[in-house]
Design a protein around this ligand. Sequence first.
Ligand SMILES: NC(=O)c1ccc[n+]([C@@H]2O[C@H](COP(=O)([O-])OP(=O)(O)OC[C@H]3O[C@@H](n4cnc5c(N)ncnc54)[C@H](OP(=O)(O)O)[C@@H]3O)[C@@H](O)[C@H]2O)c1
Length: 241
Amino acid sequence: MQDFGTLGKSEHTVVITGTSRGLGLACTKMMLEEQISVIGISRSMVQDESVLDNPKYKHIELDLLSHSYTEALSEAVGDRPISGLINNAGTGGDRNKLAEVDANEVSKLIQIHTLSSIKMTQTLLPNLLKTKNSRVLNISSRFGSLEYERTQKFNSARVSYSYRISKAAVNMLSLCMHSEFKHQNLIVTAIHPGEIFTANAMPDASLTIEQAGALLKSCFFGIEPRHGGLFLRSDLSEMSY
Ligand SMILES: NC(=O)c1ccc[n+]([C@@H]2O[C@H](COP(=O)([O-])OP(=O)(O)OC[C@H]3O[C@@H](n4cnc5c(N)ncnc54)[C@H](OP(=O)(O)O)[C@@H]3O)[C@@H](O)[C@H]2O)c1
């Protein structure tokens, strides 16, 4: 079994979902700059030639909402050891009032954020377990924290029910996976990637996409077994579940 800690940067392979744009693309570019191999997943192709032309990048075009992608994924990855998986693909919801909450939206966000993180990890588990201290980073959000919602630490009034509920489920999923795999050298964490300037940024956004991508890459490499089961910011400071 190879050991995460003893591998050179160029020997790592990381699987990242949601690499066509945003945080996933920014993090992919940071990884590629350090010669790390990236297998990226999204429905549309990456619109960045520096990534597409890089031999260390492999793109799998698939919809995480489709039921039949695990075979394509297994085939593309083969039996190679994987150093880690970043379950990053995501989307927002619109409905932030109970009266408007719609089962389709809730179901869709749970599928993208929670069920796809389950399916991705299930599919890649044999590959992940070939590397001692490989890691699964489930990209959550501060709005998935039950404690912060209860205390209204962040103003979540604009954030949809579906987003808050599905990210809370990602947090619980991370804990379940940590409980199961903590003795098998697989480190599982939930990550809040920061307040990022994106199209629908919150008023307290403070990170550019590039800064958030760089932080996420450092987080991926900075995580140690003691971080397993924690809800962390990308700078490795602890958040409340
Ligand atoms: N932005 C923030 O401030 C912030 C804060 C906290 C947490 N987050 C979380 O960070 C993650 C990335 O956010 P972002 O701002 O970078 O979002 P983004 O710019 O909208 O990018 C989302 C990515 O997910 C992919 N994706 C969405 N649905 C998919 C599907 N059904 N199948 C495959 N891929 C799919 C998209 O690719 P395609 O459309 O090509 O499929 C895209 O590459 C999300 O989980 C988000 O909840 C973001």
